[in-house]
Design a protein around this ligand. Sequence first.
Ligand code: PRX
Length: 631
Amino acid sequence: MTYAEFYRRSVDEPEAFWGEQARLIDWHTPPQRILDNDKAPFTRWFVGGTTNLCHNAIDRHLKDRPNQAALIHVSTETGREETYTFAQLHDQVQRAGAAIRSLGVSRGDRVLIYMPMVPEAIVAMLACARIGAIHSVVFGGFASVSLASRIEDASPKLIVSADAGSRGGKVVPYKPLLDEAIRLSSHKPDAVLMVDRGLASMDHVAGRDHDWKALTERHAGVQVPCEWLDATDISYTIYTSGTTGKPKGVQRDVGGYAVALAASMKHIFQCKAGQTYFCTSDIGWVVGHCYIVYGPLIAGMATIVYEGLPIRPDAGIWWQLVEKYKVNVMFSAPTAVRVLKKYDEAFLKKYDLSSLQSLFLAGEPLDEPTARWIHDALGVPIIDNYWQTETGWPLMTIANGVEKKASKFGSPGLPMYGWKVKLVHETTGEELTKPNEKGVVVVESPTPPGFMQTVWRDDARFVKTYWQTIPGKTLYSTFDWGIRDEDGYYYILGRTDDVINVAGHRLGTREIEESISSHKAVAEVAVVGVADNVKGQVAMAFAVLRDPAAYPDAAARLKLEGEIMKVVDGQLGAVARPARVRFVTLLPKTRSGKLLRRAIQAVCEGRDPGDLTTIEDPSTLQQIKEQVQAG
Ligand code: PRX
């Protein structure tokens, strides 16, 4: 079948198409109704079916491959390296499930997971899935204020965490950040379960804090059968940034998600059971949920869980792992490749990479020089894929498992099966049908399995934020600009909103602004994303001081800049730290007081700021220009 036929069937006959895909997973009760879009845009898939993500990720493989590697953990930070077979993972997950239950958690309760890349983190996720608890994994690089807002919103009964993470050999204690976050949040968890890696000392809160090792060992050998969940039950929430400061809890189902991942492993990633998958993301991001944890395991593959940098002990570490574990498919981000590109290609050539079939890259635009370099170095297809936390799996890429198609540099490819992707005009909402017209990338309902169900506890926000921004139409907005060429290949040109993408990490500029504003010297601040050769984008802040006279010279302002960065580090985490904080006397705004972010960004990137007829005071942009030129 050609991809065009495959795609057409997926959107014209979604029930028949997805009914077939549903056979890729195990069901306890088969679905009665494949698609229910009666309450669009709240699309429900596989209604009446019952299943379990953990069953599909582990138990289902116990018959054919109990002694095959399921989880391979490598930490170049601590030197820990170990492999769990499917049978061993099954055992660990049952212990953890029993331990988590013993702390009062049951089906539908939330468990927040704030952890570094250790096996216990994945075991905790799978244990939640097994007992029907809703996990909410928060990226370990986030600090107390980010964590507090997520605790507040998810209202977890239990938090699972660890004493510390480690990055580049530097220990980052988690427990003080967690304790502070719990203090800041009005919601308090009943229990906290701590993995003690022996990296940092911990204050113990009696009656609340428990030790992972002791508690899971106490439950050794306990059988914890999978809870059979409705396909439309909630599997997890994951927080992501948008235009407002408050992060959104993207909520995902059970059955649709399992089917979507299983289908993607086959049609997009061309994976087979018994193979090895290496995704270099972090479990705190959607890519980690899908392609470190659930996708590869559902497909019966071994998944590599790596803690460490791509350049330590040297820039060959990933390729060393590819050789050692005979990795078949890799998934990473363009930023990581740009980092590796700075090192000698010999680091790549040193290893036997013959097992590798392809490298998938996502999370940010893949520039042509980066794609070419890694393609030439590896000699395997480099497959750009475009998606979002909300979509759950790629909505644009190349499905080589269906039909081999050439990639085009700079393009993530074609709309994937199930996604009715369109381009519309930003202000009129009119569909753009001619090639090479720039518009907003949108998706028509029904959205395919795997797509978010709603915003956690806020259906109204789901509809308003995502489905009501295109004038006169009910369409899902990706908030990305795009164009489509004569062959139907899309090109993604960046966000239409205030979201920035730093090294593949999605951040809201409003959150960073709120954090900077909490410094007492700052009256007002604007944060924009500025193009960067390695990270794709970096955050750049322009602050107006309450009392500029208090910081009269360059030395005083430099000291203040450092202080502000520390505030951001402490509240949000180093990932959100702006590259620079510059000081101005006034910010560029329209006469009605709206901040001209796009103009600031353009000036920072040396581009023409465009139409400035509404600007209140043009000298404000001049100030920014001078600051940027001064370096
Ligand atoms: O702007 C797009 C960019 O990353 C955003 C989504 O980020 P996140 O929710 O963290 O999900 C990442 C999942 C891979 C998008 O709105 N983006 C993601 N992939 C690409 C991309 N931009 C260009 N090309 C891509 N392949």
